[in-house]
Design a binder for this molecule. Sequence first.
Ligand code: AMP
Length: 303
Amino acid sequence: MSLLVVGSLALDTIETPFGKVDDALGGSATYISTASSYFASPVNLVGVVGGDFPKSGIDFLQSRNIGTDGIETVADGKTFRWGGRYHYDLNVRDTLFTDLNVFKEFDPKIPAAYTTSKYVCLGNIDPVLQRRVLEQIERPKLVVGDTMNFWIEGKRDELLKTIALLDVLIINDSEARLLAGEANLFRAAKKILALGVNILIIKKGEHGALLITGSTVFSAPAYPLENIFDPTGAGDTFAGGFIGYLAKTDDISVENLKKAVIYGSTMASFCVEQFSLDALRDLTYLRIQDRYREFRALSNFEE
Ligand code: AMP
């Protein structure tokens, strides 16, 4: 089934205890579309870049068969840039800067061929832009949205309007607490579901993920990774694996959503093993399946 991904395309500056990279390929839409391209087809991306965005970035997306007709280039503009620094505890990250640049003036135009996409993933961007995308789409089967503290703190009212239009909200634990104003995750989840979203996924970094609906709580285990180099994009990669698997199977039953959470976690576990997008460049479906099975074995036990 067709999947439309909208979000940021970025040049990231990342510092971890293990090293630093400048202007690495990043952005929510880049990670989501790359991860989902291992499952779904076609995957089409809508976003904006400046004249400084490297051709190698577009070439890479195309090498993954991602449709790039919806990427607008503002020749005299600068690409969105984000800088982050991780602490020794890699679950803790400081945002060093967020330069919206071409995103300040961006007005997403969904190419006609993408307006009938059955699956839509609204990556982390301004919630006003996320809504403008939805206005142009005809009856998708599932809309998944992601956001982060930058928008929860900076555009809360707009974000609440967007959340009410989503089928699935994916958010990390600290953002769920911030959004709900509630320290306990399960109470926070109840408050967030009351905002009008049917399914909530709370990512807990290297500690796994929770799928919560009005009647279900499912907990995905954490994968015991010994080499975590760069957590950047793990959340977006999770979202890409999750919606990519749903679009591939075209099944949004709760049982299949649980499998999709494990595929999301599987893809995120690969993402963090190398800097930037590097670990997602040449995965194979076989390796993904192997790790998916390892994930299942982690919480399998006899009655
Ligand atoms: P994650 O580690 O999954 O939270 O996502 C990191 C990616 O999100 C980076 O590649 C950034 O370029 C991108 N990003 C960070 N802040 C924002 C923002 N405010 N809007 C859109 N994308 C962002």
